[in-house]
Write a protein of this length. Structure first.
Length: 415
């Protein structure tokens, strides 16, 4: 939790700015303002890493330094990867990340089933991250051919708003955990954490497709019809993955927790059952249009709105529903934030929300997949836990594969 928060804060919108800005202009702007930017980011890095060192009291000093090294490597790697994607290296970026992810997971398994050591785990991840960074640096760069003139004063304020939005966003993401960290015992907190922790896959999907959208939309902001078409297509693409996974988690959550946690965290199930209802709406990067049109202020206010609604609802629902109320507050706040972004995106594109979101197709897809999983759940209801999962997992994979096959064919031909 600490490393995720610190990494976002010290990056302060740099990755978002790279994706949504012409690189020729960005490099020129950085060159002109290198002294101020260097001082600002140096102060940010020193303050952020010092704060981590002081507040992360549960770690030994040597481990803190190791984690600081990990944060620095990850931060540099994030910037390099963003530049690679911006220069149309999405496919090679995917290949590098695919290898890194397998290695990352494999190292965890190795540490888990040998003599577990947090030092060894973090050290290994640092080495893997350095190798990933080197691989991305070695990819030949492609320079942008077109120039772009942007108001520097407006651009600077946009950068600041994006940075503030990143900070507010990461606070929003972890505020429920921070809220309960000081209210619950370690055991109760673990129950809530396991029930509400976001599955990394969904964040990765939003990040990857969001990066693609930012690059494509920022290429020409005058093509309104193209932007709307891309935005609508992203809903369709992500929903083919998210909807089946949502229904798998909804119908087979008990079996999954029983198998993964060996019935140890079954108390997390009520929280998990509420938290997963944020998934059906995680089928787009809703701030993309605002980001491309340099509406950083509106993006920031969306994040502030998310925190405000979540905080108010937490105070209201926690005394009534306890930790389940915290999970419900986060879900409701997320839906409100999404509506806010869609409303303003539609206004910028001079259209309506009904035009930029393919509601009819999404609803039909949602109901169709619901029917398939309901039938499967009924058919295997009498089977053992492992049998259910052995049937449900391939079933989910087949539905996802059938949905993404057209996109996969396009991706494999992509050069």
């Amino acid at each position: 939790m600490y490393t995720n928060i610190v990494n976002v804060i010290i990056n302060f919108g740099l990755s978002a700015v790279i994706l949504s800005t012409n690189l020729n202009f960005l490099f020129s702007f950085i060159q002109k303002n290198r002294s101020r930017l260097t001082i600002f980011y140096s102060i940010l890095w020193i303050c952020g890493l010092t704060a981590f060192f002081l507040f992360a009291k549960n770690f030994a000093t040597s481990l803190k330094f190791l984690l600081i090294a990990f944060i620095i490597i990850q931060n540099i790697s994030t910037v390099v990867e963003t530049l690679l994607i911006k220069r149309q290296g999405e496919k090679i970026s995917f290949e590098i990340n695919f290898i890194y992810s397998i290695s990352f997971f494999g190292w965890h398994l190795y540490i888990l089933y040998t003599n577990y050591s947090l030092y060894s785990l973090i050290s290994g991840i640092c080495i893997l991250s350095i190798l990933k960074l080197i691989a991305m640096i070695l990819v030949p760069s492609k320079k942008e051919l077109h120039e772009e003139t942007i108001n520097e004063k407006h651009f600077l304020s946009h950068w600041i708003y994006l940075g503030l939005n990143d900070v507010v966003g990461v606070i929003s993401k972890w505020m429920d955990k921070a809220f309960l960290l000081y209210l619950l015992t370690t055991t109760d907190f673990a129950i809530f954490f396991n029930g509400s922790f976001e599955i990394p896959l969904f964040g990765l999907l939003i990040s990857v497709t969001g990066s693609f959208l930012l690059i494509e939309i920022s290429g020409d902001l005058h093509l309104g019809d193209k932007i709307i078409k891309l935005f609508r297509e992203n809903f369709k693409a992500l929903s083919t993955v998210v909807f089946p996974l949502f229904f798998f988690l909804f119908f087979f959550q008990k079996e999954l927790f029983s198998f993964v946690f060996n019935d140890k965290y079954n108390a997390s199930l009520p929280i998990f059952a509420i938290s997963i209802f944020v998934l059906p709406i995680r089928i787009n990067n809703y701030s993309t249009v605002l980001q491309c049109f340099s509406e950083g202020k509106k993006i920031l206010w969306g994040s502030v709105l998310d925190i405000f609604i979540a905080a108010i609802l937490m105070l209201i629902l926690y005394p009534i529903m306890h930790t389940q109320g915290i999970a419900l507050a986060i879900v409701i706040a997320t839906y409100c934030q999404v509506f806010y972004y869609l409303w303003h995106s539609a206004q910028i594109l001079h259209t309506s929300i009904l035009k930029i979101v393919p509601f009819k197709k999404l609803i039909l897809k949602f109901l169709g997949i619901l029917f398939l999983f309901a039938c499967l759940f009924f058919l295997v209801s009498a089977a053992a836990v492992k049998t259910k999962l052995l049937i449900a997992i391939p079933f989910t994979g087949i539905i996802i594969l059938a949905g993404i096959l057209p996109y996969l064919k396009f991706f494999l031909k992509w050069k």
